[in-house]
Structure formats: C-alpha cells, structure tokens
Design a protein. Structure first.
Length: 475
C-alpha cells in the first residue's frame, strides 16, 4: 500500500504529512508514492538516516548549511517524465534540455555544499558529465540555449546570418527587387541554422540518453534529502521518538495523538500521554464514554503507519512489532459501506479481518466498541467470540467495549476514569478532561465502568429525563 492511499482514510496521518516542511513538490510526490515497509533492514536504515539528520539539525553552526540546501531543494522540479522520454530515445525540446540542465546544476551545488561540510547524508550520482554536455561553456548558469560551442557550423551560420540581417536593414523597402533578393538569402541562412540546431538537439539527446538512470537517481536523491530533513525537523518540533523494532512486543511509553495534543494545548487544556503494551494476543479495554479509548486506538494506528513509512512516532519511547497490514473497525470508517446498517457494515468489516487472518497475514487489529449497535446479550457473545478467534491465531489486537462480563481469554485493561479525589469539585463540559485519568490499569474482572449518567449530568442533560433513568436504575 502507498502512503497516498493511506492518508485518504487516516486523518491523523494526513495531518502529519501536511505538517511536514517539504521544500519541493517532487519531495512530496515521491514521499506519497512510498510504500508501507515490512523489511526490518530497510526500516532501520530509514530511521537511522532520520536520526542522523535530526542530530545535524541540532548543531547551530549548520543552520546556514541547511538553509542553503533547502533553498536549492525548493527549486528542484519533478522532471521524471522528461527523463523517461530520454530513456525512450526521444529528441528533447529546449525546455526539456533546460529542465535537465537546471536539475544538474542544483544537484551539483547541493553536493558541493555537502562536501564542504564533510557530511554523509545521501549519495548523489556523478552528473558532472551530463552537466558538461548541457553546459559546454561551463558557465553553470540556470538557463539553456543552443550555444555556438555545440557546432562550428552553427557558429559560422549565425555569424553569417547576423551579417546578412544587418545588410538587409540597410536596404530600402522601396527597392523591392533588391530587398526581396536579400530577404530570401537571409531566410535561406536562417533555415540552415535552424536545421543545424535540430541536428544538435538530436545529438544532445543521443549523448544524454545513456545517462537517464543517473538523472532519475539524482531526482530521487534530491527528494530523499528533502524528505529526511522534513522528517527530522518534524521529529524535533513534535517531540517524536525513534522507535526500535521488536519481534514479539509492541510497547509505548507516553504515546500521544499529535493533532489532538496541539489543539488542547492551544486551548490551555491538559493532554495525558498513555503507556500501553501489546503482545501477539488480544487485549480488551473497557472505559467510560469520553475516557479516550477511541483516541488510544487512533494513536496506535497512526504510530504503526508512521513507523512503517519511516517516520519517528509520537511517544517518549517505543518498541514496535512489524506487521503486513493494519485492519481497523471504527465508527468513522464505514463510508464505503453506506446504505447498510451500522451493524451490517461493522460485521462485514470483522469478516474481512477474519479472512485476512486465516490467509496467514501478520496484521494489527484495532476494533472500537465491537457490536455496539446490537443488544448486550448478543453483543457480549460477539466480543467473546472475536477474542477467542484472535487468541487462537495469536493476533496482536485491541478491542474496546462497554460490555461487562467478557470471559474469553485475553489481557483485560480499563481506563481509570474519573479521579475520585476530584469528583466533588465543580465539573463542566469545558473542564471535564481535567477530572479523568486516561491511563490504563489491569481489569481482571472485566467489569465495565458505569459512568454514563455522570457524564450526562455534567453535560446538563434534561433533569427530569435523568430522574427517570435514575428510577429505572434503582429498580
């Protein structure tokens, strides 16, 4: 799966990508074309490179170096189509030759900047030979022209053309016969010069064609450098951490949701990071409404994607298992199944998960409030059945639920919920988050908290209506 596909369905990941300080459209395009990585060595290499750049960005004396590199990167254009035409032995137009020359100049200048600081970042191909083909006068100016230096014949024709045009300018147009004769002579020389220019374009294209791979690699390295600098800067700005790969455990200390954290902090509200650990077995999490269960699932989804697309993750510390896919069932992900009932859409999503697991694929499963739209008796049975299945297949997974009495074998956690020492203080819908402890604790009895009415009262739901509910509870 490609990043450009995933960000369409994972809002938090889209937020992270949109907040990258990428310098070029090429860098963004190649990033979005990147694939979900499942090879340990490839991921390690990418994360190590991001870490190396983050360390370099923290060195004050290198600020000017990175500013200069970013200025060069901002001028790099996506000319891959031109390079592909070149690989197919097409004759390039002047604008295409200019694009390639400009690319070579920019890469040449970036390499020179890197060499001056003796920094090992990315390996650009040697494009000096290509640059000399496009810049025979070695002026290194960001423009292109069919120079006289390309052909003695072209230089001679242009010199002769200039002379004949000057002569034409001295002839009165009233002398029709003489003027017409000189004009025809001038046009003949002009056409000869154009023909010579066409020959040069063909020759240049032939000379450049064997170097199309180097040009393509130069584009890829420029985009890679752009991506590494942007990833590293974001890691520092958002306090992200470099995750390590673990074979059997996924563990986060202080995992957080960057977008939500930014919003809450802008409103001077508290955001509480969470510690959580998963093994190759199911985990059941219970907790009251507004207790952060859904946010936790989205944090885990986001971090797994970031990790396997080569980013640092939002946590203080992280060890993560590799997976081949991330399968989720959340209330806001059912658009493709519009027209079905909520339960039908959910159960079909679960069925797809089961088929994928049976195929032997290594996946991370995240299910929010399984069977929430059916009655508690059947809903509890569905949750138990799914936990059994996930346990039998040793699948790294989390199911959140409101149901009590879930007996299937699984690790059972609950969100601590309301801080009892504060419950007598004034609560409002604006400050309710300050009275909730979002951390997880063991929940051996699998009892779901009964805090829905407390939340409803805090939100000032109609008192008479609440009294009716209280009456039924007392009965």
């Amino acid at each position: 799966m490609q990043l450009k596909t995933v960000i369409k369905k994972v809002e938090a990941l889209s937020y992270m990508i949109n907040n990258l300080d990428l310098q070029s459209g090429l860098g963004r395009k190649i990033l979005l074309e990147s694939y979900f990585m499942t090879d340990k060595e490839v991921i390690d290499r990418e994360l190590n490179d991001v870490e190396k750049v983050r360390e370099l960005l923290s060195v004050p004396r290198l600020n000017l170096f990175f500013d200069a590199v970013k200025r060069k990167l901002s001028q790099v254009k996506d000319v891959r189509n031109t390079v592909i035409r070149l690989s197919n032995n097409a004759v390039l137009e002047d604008i295409e030759l200019f694009e390639l020359k400009h690319l070579c100049i920019l890469c040449y200048e970036i390499v020179r900047l890197i060499d001056e600081e003796n920094i090992d970042l990315v390996q650009f191909p040697d494009i000096l030979l290509v640059l000399d083909i496009l810049d025979p006068e070695k002026l290194r100016l960001p423009n292109f022209f069919i120079y006289d230096a390309y052909s003695e014949e072209l230089a001679r024709l242009r010199k002769e053309l200039k002379k004949e045009r000057q002569l034409l300018g001295t002839i009165s147009q009233n002398d029709v016969e003489t003027y017409k004769t000189q004009e025809e002579k001038t046009d003949i020389i002009y056409q000869r010069s154009l023909n010579e220019e066409d020959k040069i374009r063909i020759r240049l294209s032939d000379q450049l064609s064997p170097h199309w791979k180097e040009l393509l690699m130069a584009l890829e390295m420029a985009a890679r450098l752009d991506n590494l600098i942007a990833k590293a800067a974001q890691a520092t700005q958002m306090a992200l951490t470099k995750p390590s790969i673990h074979e059997n455990i996924t563990s986060y200390k202080g995992i957080f949701h960057p977008q939500l954290k930014t919003i809450l902090e802008s409103e001077q509200k508290r955001y509480q990071p969470i510690d959580v650990a998963l093994e190759k077995n199911p985990c059941l999490i219970t907790g009251a409404n507004m207790a952060g269960k859904t946010v936790l699932l989205k944090c885990l989804q986001l971090s797994q994607y970031l990790f396997q697309f080569g980013f640092f993750v939002p946590a203080q510390k992280a060890e993560i298992m590799l997976v081949e896919d991330i399968l989720t069932s959340m209330d806001d992900e059912q658009e493709e199944l519009r027209g079905l009932s909520s339960f039908a859409a959910e159960i079909l999503s679960i069925d797809r998960m089961i088929k994928t697991i049976r195929s032997g694929k290594n996946v991370l499963i995240l299910i929010d409030e399984l069977a929430r739209t059916t009655n508690p008796v059947e809903g509890s049975a569905i949750v138990n059945g799914m936990l059994d299945f996930l346990g039998e297949n040793k699948v790294q997974s989390i199911i959140t639920t409101h149901y009590s009495g879930i007996t299937a074998k699984s690790r059972k956690l609950r969100v601590k919920g309301f801080i009892e020492t504060k419950v007598n203080e004034p609560l409002t819908k604006e400050n309710i988050g300050d009275f909730i402890d979002y951390s997880l604790e063991e929940n051996r009895e699998a009892v779901a908290p009964m805090e829905a009415l407390r939340v409803a009262k805090i939100l000032n739901v109609d008192k008479a209506f609440m009294e009716k509910i209280d009456g039924y509870l007392k009965k």
